[in-house]
Ligand binder design. Structure first.
Ligand code: PLP
Length: 404
């Protein structure tokens, strides 16, 4: 079956945050406006402009046909769908129901894990560039981020700087590291040896790992996701993994994520800590959405989605290499994010990154300020949209934004 990733779906007036464009611009670039007559193209928040897999809608509809929505408990089918998904997509067949715990969201689960493992105000190790949601969530409750910069290697691939990580861990005052696997915003799909090396350091310094794997299904052809908990016994027993079908299947508005944890003590602490608020409860329709996503049809839909994202990445790279002089990017291996470094363009034209960003907004390319991710001259662009629309946005960049 062929799925549709080409239709441009109108999302205005659908309560979509991505298309709440006036509000977003006012908060980020006050006073800037999209020029009259230009249709804005949302390429900022990590939200796809594709309809979800039909199996998601069918599974929700089937449940909707029964008109009672009272208190419920998740059936084994929910857990089995996650266990099976890990087997078919990530080649890991050691999950059991006991290892899986529901979370309202990945960031909520991350904060629960932080409360289990840290005291108020503790330091936590992360990589930079850093997903803006980590900075917001951790900063909001007073944890202190210690950032280890990723470095571009000779092949223009972002790598962890293990010496720098070790230097930061060696002081003995960091007890938790947050890993983003694959990494947002760089799009790196960490290789097994990289995770092994990082986990060896965490083991050496008795550091627990919170691993955000929300992007683990969005892996471009030629790469393979390695769940961090598979790389060593230490990683398995000293980590909490956070995952969700939301990024992969356009389900963020339905809310629903889960944690994976193999250590019984930590699992019990996660359950207790998250139960304290009485808010961490599954939603019936979200549960069926997840079950519908993690099916064979969902997997076929995802495979086709990945070919479209791969094509979009190649289209965008082609523009960067041939038509957007002064812009650099490291080819994403996963996610659908494109983290553009505009330093050379800014310096050669004697302008600041704000000017470039404002030009994009005025021409309806609704992108995201890379400084929020600790990229000083960077802009993050979401490529999960129909290819025709992407080309339109890139052409605007050539004609009206990165001009001589
Ligand atoms: C790395 C990462 N973690 C978490 C989230 C948000 O997850 P949730 O909405 O489940 O909290 C995002 C959204 O973009 C993300 O990129």
């Amino acid at each position: 079956m062929k799925f549709d990733f080409e239709t441009i779906i109108d999302r205005t007036n659908t309560d979509s945050v991505a298309y709440g464009i006036d509000r977003y611009i006012e908060a980020s670039w006050p006073g800037v406006k999209v020029k009259d007559g230009i249709d804005p193209i949302a390429m900022w928040i990590a939200d796809m402009s594709f309809a979800t897999a039909p199996s998601v809608v069918e599974t929700i509809e089937k449940r909707l046909s029964h008109p009672l929505f009272g208190y419920f408990s998740a059936p084994d089918e929910y857990y089995d769908s996650i266990i099976r998904w890990y087997t078919i997509r990530h080649h890991y067949d050691g999950l059991t129901k006991e290892n899986i715990g529901y979370e309202n969201g990945v960031l909520g689960g991350l904060l629960t894990a932080m409360r289990v493992l840290c005291s108020d105000g503790d330091k936590v190790l992360l990589h930079s560039p850093t997903y803006v949601g980590f900075s917001g969530a951790l900063g909001n409750v007073g944890y202190k981020m210690v950032l280890s910069d990723l470095k571009l290697d000779e092949n223009n691939i972002y790598r962890m700087d293990f010496d720098d990580m070790e230097e930061k861990l060696s002081h003995g005052d960091i007890h938790v590291a947050i890993m983003c696997n694959p990494h947002n915003p760089s799009g790196r799909v960490w290789e097994k040896w990289e995770l092994e090396k990082a986990c060896a350091l965490f083991e050496k310094y008795n550091v627990y790992i919170i691993c955000d794997e929300i992007w683990s299904d969005l892996i471009l052809p030629g790469y393979q996701h390695t769940p961090l908990f598979t790389v060593s016994e230490y990683a398995k027993t000293h980590s909490v993994t956070l995952c969700a079908p939301s990024k992969t299947f356009s389900l963020a508005g339905l809310v629903g994520a889960y944690h994976i944890c193999f250590d019984p003590w930590m699992n019990a602490r996660m359950a207790k800590e998250s139960s304290n608020t009485h808010y961490n409860s599954m939603n019936l329709l979200s549960m069926y959405a997840s079950i519908g996503a993690y099916t064979d049809t969902g997997a076929q839909w995802l495979d086709q989605l990945l070919t479209v994202i791969d094509e979009n990445v190649n289209v965008a790279l082609d523009y960067v290499h041939h038509r957007l002089s002064g812009v650099k990017v490291s080819k994403p291996q996963g996610t659908y994010m494109f983290f553009m470094d505009c330093e050379d363009y800014c310096k050669s034209h004697d302008i600041d990154i704000d000017t470039v960003q404002r030009r994009g907004i005025e021409h309806g390319v609704i992108w995201q300020d890379g400084r929020n991710f600790h990229g000083p001259y960077h802009i993050r662009l979401n490529l999960a949209l129909p290819t025709a629309l992407l080309k339109e946005a890139l052409q605007r960049l050539v004609n009206d934004v990165f001009v001589d």
